[in-house]
Unconditional design. Sequence first.
Length: 249
Amino acid sequence: MSPFFSPTRKKVIFFDMNNTILDRRQCFDSAFLEVMNDYTARWDPEDQNWSSQDALQSYKLEWGRHRKAPVRSPISPDELRHICLRKALQPFPVNVNPAFTRSFFEQVEEQEDNFVALFPGVEDTLEALSKNYKLAIISNGNRRRLQSNLQKLKLTAWIEQDRLFSSEKDGPRKPHPAIFEAAMKTMSTIASHSVMVGNSWRNDIVGATSCGMDAIWIHPGNIKKISERRIGKQKVVIVRSFKQLQYTF
C-alpha cells in the first residue's frame, strides 16, 4: 500500500494527546475504581450489595446514554458527571451532592496519572515518524498534566515541551481554528504542510480541516483497516489504531 502522505509535501504532524497517544479511557477506569474502593472500605461490608465495578459500569452506561441521545441537553460536562455519579452511587450510603462530586473527581484526576499508559505501538511509531517529520501536540487537556505525562512517559524524546500547544495557553479550545493557527505559526509551518492526528471527529478532524490541514482520524470501529474520505478539498485518512500511522506516511 502506498502512503497517503510524504515528507516532500508534509513537514509537521500534530497529534491530539488524550485517547490518541494516551489511553485515557483505561486510565480513567482504573482511577475511578481506586477512589471508589477507598470509599467502600469505610462502609459496612454487609451493606454492600453493589461493588465498585458495578458503580463504574453504571456511571459509564449513564454517561453514554446522555452522550448518544439524539438531542443533547444543554448541560455542562461537570453537571453531567454529577448526574451520572449520583445514578451510579444510588445503592451506597452516601449523599452525592455537587460538593461530593467535585471532591470525588478531583481524587480520580489525581489517581489517573498513576495509571496513565500509551496505546500499543506509540513509541515505535513516533520514532519512525520523527525521522522525516517534526512532531507536536495540540490538546484541550490540562497543560500541567500534559507536561507531566510527556515527561513521565518519556515522550519528550520525540515531542519537546515547546511543541505542546494547549487551549489553556494557546487560545480557544478545539475545534476553534485559533489554536491550530497558533500552533502552525509557532512551528513555522502552513496548513498544506501539516497533518492533524486525533480520535475526535469534531475537535480534531473537523477543526483541522476547517483550517486547511489534511487529517488522520483514529477510529477503532472503522470497517476497513485504512480508508480515505474528503471534507471539502481536504484529505481525511481513517485508521483503526495509532500503530497504523506508519503505513500512512
